[in-house]
Design a protein around this ligand. Structure first.
Ligand code: ARG
Length: 276
């Protein structure tokens, strides 16, 4: 396998104000966080730093959006926008808890030379819209956060075919928690998260190269991976999936990310790819 010649760039947001203080998905445990706030925050800073270091050690670039007090989930930059080319479709969040991130993201993208657009429908950015370069398709999850109506807006703005996928298990409320395109026509998917029709759609596009993630790896957020070339930066997974991916030629970089799993996020949620 050869990796793509383009140096990928990722947007990240430091966890200075990160905490688990409300519940907007079933993973969120404010009670557990509150018991040992300082310990968890220190851990979150260390784990975020290790993720950033890993990305940079692969020769990839990290850009930073400043964090904001009172917006603890802003650290999950995947949700700030969906980016393709130099156009950013900024998030319109489903929950009031995250709505304050929208103007900050819009400002950052405007300041950094992107064309900034806003959707009319609820749309949670790269958390729900994943572009597969090889297929030249955008897959879009809907059902818990993004609304199906956002698919037509994505299609019109980026002039790409958008494949909507309904999400049916609230633990996998964003598409990036249960689906991940990989190199060479492969993709990972968590069957639990989709309807039979949705899984059939994925099969149609990936055939035998659709790797079904077992339940145990799925709840470790195996699909929430940062992928470039054959490299996969992901939370710690299971032996079976590790063997499977390694035997297919992928290079895994597994990181402990439990302080973020407690908010329903992992490596991919903490990054937003700015390059195609
Ligand atoms: N607590 C955040 C939320 O519920 C986690 C976001 C995770 N991000 C993602 N791209 N899946 O919105």
């Amino acid at each position: 396998m050869s990796s793509s010649p383009i140096i990928p760039e990722y947007l990240m947001c430091a966890p200075d104000f990160y905490e688990v203080s409300y519940i907007i998905n079933p993973w969120m445990r404010p009670d557990q966080w509150a018991q040992e706030k300082d310990v968890w925050l220190a851990k979150a800073k260390q784990q975020w730093g290790a993720l950033k270091d890993t990305i940079e050690s692969l020769g990839w670039r990290v850009r930073l959006i400043p964090p904001a007090d009172g917006l603890p989930d802003m650290v999950f930059s995947a949700n700030h926008a969906f980016v393709l080319g130099k156009t950013a479709l900024i998030a319109r969040f489903a929950t009031k808890e995250r709505a304050g991130e929208t103007p900050l993201a819009a400002q950052w993208f405007a300041d950094n030379g992107f064309r900034v657009e806003h959707p009319t429908a609820v749309f949670e950015g790269g958390g729900d819209a994943l572009y597969d370069n090889a297929l030249d398709l955008i897959f879009m999850g809907h059902g818990f956060r993004s609304q199906l109506a956002a698919a037509a807006e994505l299609q019109a703005l980026f002039n790409k075919t958008v494949v909507p996928l309904q999400l049916v298990d609230d633990r996998f409320y964003h598409l990036d928690t249960c689906f991940c395109p990989l190199l060479n026509g492969y993709a990972m998917a968590t069957p639990l998260a989709f309807t039979a029709e949705g899984l059939a759609t994925l099969r149609q596009h990936y055939g035998d190269k659709l790797l079904l993630v077992d339940d145990q790896a799925a709840v470790h957020f195996a699909c929430n991976a940062v992928v470039h070339g054959q490299n996969i930066v992901m939370p710690t997974i299971t032996d079976g999936l590790r063997q499977n991916l390694t035997s297919l030629g992928f290079t895994l970089h597994e990181l402990p990310l439990d302080s973020y799993l407690m908010a329903g996020g992992a490596s991919r949620c903490l990054t937003l790819k700015l390059t195609d």
